[in-house]
Design a protein around this ligand. Structure first.
Ligand SMILES: [Mn+2]
Length: 235
C-alpha cells in the first residue's frame, strides 16, 4: 500500500468530515482508515450517511463511543449523566442498519505501507478502545500497552490531540480528532506513506456552529463552543 489517510474521532461533526474528505480526495490515497468514534456528537445521522456512502477502499475500526452508541449505553453502563444523555440521543437518531454497522466494526487493522512497514491501527491503545495514550503519557505507562505489538508503528486516536512519538522502539502516532479536536483550530487527521504527515484542515466553523445549535443534540451550546473555541487540552 502506498498512501493511507487516517481519519479518527469524527464525533458527529459533518462539516469537519466533509472538509477532510474533500482534502483526502486531492491527496491520491489508496485507502482511508476511519479510526472510530464516528457518530457520537451533534450530527450522527449525517455523518453515518456520508461515511457509509464512501466509495473506494475504506476500512473502519470501532471506538468506545461506537460501542456505546450501538448498545444505547446509559449511566447503568458507567457513562456519566451528560455523556449518557448525548449517547442515547445519538442512538435514537440512527437507523437500524447504521447501528448494526457500528456494532459490527472490527477493533484493529494492520496494513503494510510503503516506506513505513507494518502499521497497526487501533482506537485507544492496542489493548483497549478506551485506554488513553496522550502526548505526555509517561513511557513506563505506555510500555505494557504496547509490549505484545509486533508492528513497528501504531496509529491511535481517542485523546483528540495529535502527536508523533517514539517509545521503546515503536513509533506511536495519534491522528488527532476530525470533529472534536483539542490543541488545534481545524479538523485533524494524518497521511501515512511514505512518511507521516499530521494534517489540519480548515472549515467554516461559524456555519458548523450554527447547524450544531439547531441539531437538537443535548448540550448543543457546548458542542458549538468547542468548534468555535477548541480547548487547549484533550478530554
Ligand atoms: Mn474514543
Amino acid at each position: 500500500m502506498r498512501k493511507v489517510a487516517a481519519i479518527y474521532d469524527i464525533h458527529g461533526n459533518d462539516f469537519a468530515l466533509n472538509a477532510v474528505l474533500e482534502e483526502v480526495r486531492n491527496c491520491d490515497v489508496d485507502t482511508i482508515v476511519v479510526g472510530g468514534d464516528l457518530a457520537w456528537g451533534p450530527q450522527p445521522a449525517l455523518v453515518m450517511e456520508r461515511l457509509m456512502a464512501l466509495e473506494g477502499n475504506v476500512l473502519f475500526i470501532k471506538g468506545n463511543a461506537d460501542r456505546e452508541v450501538a448498545g444505547r449505553y446509559g449511566v447503568e453502563q458507567g457513562l456519566d449523566e451528560g455523556t449518557a444523555e448525548i449517547n442515547q440521543w445519538c442512538t435514537d437518531q440512527l437507523t437500524k442498519s447504521q447501528l448494526e454497522f457500528l456494532n459490527n466494526l472490527q477493533e484493529k487493522v494492520t496494513l503494510h505501507i510503503d516506506g513505513l512497514g507494518e502499521v497497526l491501527f487501533v482506537h485507544g491503545s492496542p489493548r483497549s478502545d478506551e485506554e488513553a495514550i496522550r502526548k505526555a503519557t509517561p513511557e513506563i505507562e505506555i510500555e505494557p500497552m504496547i509490549h505484545s505489538v509486533e508492528e513497528d508503528i501504531i496509529v491511535c486516536g481517542h485523546t483528540h490531540v495529535q502527536f508523533d512519538r517514539r517509545i521503546k522502539g515503536k513509533r506511536i502516532i495519534n491522528a488527532g480528532s476530525v470533529g472534536l479536536q483539542s490543541a488545534a483550530r481545524g479538523a485533524c487527521w494524518a497521511i501515512l506513506g511514505p512518511d507521516v504527515a499530521l494534517r489540519e484542515t480548515e472549515y467554516n466553523y461559524q456555519l458548523a456552529a450554527e447547524h450544531i445549535l439547531k441539531s437538537g443534540v443535548p448540550m448543543a451550546r457546548d458542542f458549538a463552543d468547542h468548534v468555535l473555541n477548541p480547548p487547549t487540552e484533550g478530554p
